[in-house]
Design a protein around this ligand. Structure first.
Ligand SMILES: Cc1cc2nc3c(=O)[nH]c(=O)nc-3n(C[C@H](O)[C@H](O)[C@H](O)COP(=O)(O)OP(=O)(O)OC[C@H]3O[C@@H](n4cnc5c(N)ncnc54)[C@H](O)[C@@H]3O)c2cc1C
Length: 387
């Protein structure tokens, strides 16, 4: 039986992707009172979360991203016990193949930082790379990095686990419910207007991913996030593919491969893609992508197209998300702008947002480098390891 939208709530989360679902669970577990989540689509987790590649990694250039991965991937390991739901976690290893001297120099620094934080990424020379990746054409590869505790998880399982357990703990989660307005008075949140009715609330968490700027606009906050289309192709089964084939990315070309079912999932970021809510596949880009993919992974010539789609990255000027309370509107919180690597941080960021709302400040990881005010006052330090 369909639930009726409540008239009041202690917290309303707008957006039912991995971020909103994880936050609903952690708020309900943290005793935040009446927690409501609104998702405009007929299902949870079908936009960027459901359209993503499922990669998880510790290999970042920024300390805070490495710390988020350490916490989040440990949470993924505990997920089956905590949620009674498998997360599809597979530590298949994640290779960054470097074909440009500038990247080699940057990655040397990044690996040193990763080691300091306990992430023992391996540095590989060309002979060893060729030996480990016999199915990949590694011509021109100067060096590579790989960390054995990187790999894949399943986005749909993550969302399902959080939705089920948030509901079990008393949160109310609604699909087909779009936030169309947010009311404020004297600089404070008052209510959320939806296509199903109005909910009075003192707290709104904006977890709308690529659509987060639209919610910001409703309360007069300019959110610097651009929707950028990214495409994926999944092939039919490739019998020669070994079950332990890893995640492989040609970093400079933003071209990646990983096993998906009995075939391969491949993506390539178009550096000239323009901002917009574009969700249809660009056939010209797909042709270029697949030509390059077949050169780098010749086995793909034996495969057919199983499925393909486009999704949106939610890109900020420094490729870092924006997290935490927004000082100019009391009761307004933001968690968006993950710039292509949000799925893996969904578990910990949901916990951090619950801490921020319930305890007044996120504390499991210090999120100060990701606060909104960095765009107003600070020099930006972009993440280098962006796919
Ligand atoms: C092709 C591709 C590959 C990717 N690969 C990876 C990867 O390998 N690893 C990784 O970690 N990340 C990856 N990402 C990034 C990752 O998918 C995102 O960073 C992450 O899913 C963001 O989660 P979210 O919950 O913020 O956004 P979303 O999943 O987009 O959720 C936001 C939700 O808000 C809803 N919404 C919007 N407006 C409203 C409204 N007004 N009212 C109600 N609901 C609303 C939307 O319908 C949507 O469901 C990839 C992304 C893409 C597109």
């Amino acid at each position: 039986m369909a639930q009726e939208l409540p008239k009041t709530a202690d917290v309303v989360i707008i957006g039912g992707g991995v971020m909103g679902a994880s936050t609903a669970y952690h708020l309900a577990r943290g005793g935040a009172g009446n927690v409501v989540l609104l998702e405009k689509e007929p299902f949870f987790g079908v936009m960027s979360t459901g359209q993503c590649a499922g990669g998880i990694r510790h290999q970042f250039s920024s300390e805070i991203n490495i710390r988020l991965s350490l916490e989040s991937i440990a949470m993924l390991e505990r997920f089956p016990q905590e949620m009674d739901q498998d997360a599809g976690l597979r530590f298949i290893g994640y290779y960054f193949l470097l074909t440009h001297e500038d990247d080699v120099a940057e990655f040397r620094k990044n690996v040193a930082l990763q080691h300091l934080l306990g992430v023992m990424t391996e540095w590989l020379e060309p002979d060893e790379i060729a030996r480990r990746l016999p199915l990949v054409n590694v011509e021109g590869v100067l060096a590579a990095t790989v960390y054995a505790r990187d790999g894949l998880c399943d986005p749909a399982s993550l969302v399902q686990g959080y939705v089920t357990n948030a509901r079990r703990l008393g949160a109310r989660l609604f699909t087909d419910t779009q936030a169309v307005g947010v009311r404020t008075a004297s600089g404070r949140i008052q209510a959320v207007e939806t296509n199903q009715g109005v909910i009075e609330t003192p707290v709104v968490v904006n977890a709308c991913g690529a659509w987060a700027p639209q919610i910001g606009h409703m309360v007069g906050v300019d959110i610097p996030i651009e929707p950028i289309r990214r495409q994926i192709v999944v092939t039919t089964p490739i019998p020669e593919l070994p079950p332990d084939f890893p995640f492989v990315i040609f970093f400079r070309d933003s071209l990646y491969f990983h096993p998906e079912g009995e075939g391969i999932l491949t993506g390539k970021s178009n550096p000239d893609e323009t901002p917009g809510y574009k969700l249809s596949v660009d056939p010209e880009w797909e042709m270029l992508h697949m030509d390059e993919a077949m050169v780098r992974m010749p086995l793909l010539r034996k495969a057919g197209l199983l499925s393909h789609w486009a999704g949106l990255y939610e890109v900020t000027p420094d490729a870092h998300p924006i997290l935490g309370r927004i000082p100019t509107v009391e009761g307004f919180y933001l968690m968006a702008g993950f710039s292509g690597h949000g799925l893996m941080h969904g578990p910990v960021v949901g916990l951090l947002m619950a801490e921020e709302v319930v305890d007044g400040r996120a504390h499991t990881v210090d999120i100060d480098p990701f606060r909104y005010d960095r765009f107003l006052t600070k020099e930006l330090h972009p993440e280098y390891n962006v796919v």
